[in-house]
Design a binder for this molecule. Sequence first.
Ligand code: DQA
Length: 146
Amino acid sequence: MLRVQVIHGPNLNMLGLREPKVYGTQTLASIEEMLVCEAETLGVVLDSFQSNSEGALVDCIQAAFGERDGILINPGAYTHTSVAMRDAIAAVGLPTVEVHLSNIHKREAFRHHSYIAAVAVGQICGFGADSYRLGLYALVQHLKSL
Ligand code: DQA
């Protein structure tokens, strides 16, 4: 069975409370529940991790090497700043799909650039919690095509 590492970056543990007009009212726990259902339908196994710390996120990406088939990641604000996370994804060489709840391209200019996009299979943003669902589907289809 394919194994997917789901990674949530900083402040995503605050979903539900955090800027609901931008990020919606669903909590991270309810997004996780929805993803587990989706994973069952797709026939894949998920492992999930959230951290506010860049180093812990890099460690999680590194730990996926040899253990997981792909990565579904919402890097949060580190999307726009983290060369270290980008390098970790490039280092492990695992197919990675980047997701965002909001459409980062129609927000502030500093959110328009992603350090992760160049090492990802693709990016899905702007569909709220559905970005995760669509991202998981796309990642699994990609992994099955390899
Ligand atoms: C986000 C977008 C980022 O710009 C922001 O810093 C986040 C959440 C999103 O899911 O829309 O923390 O990744």
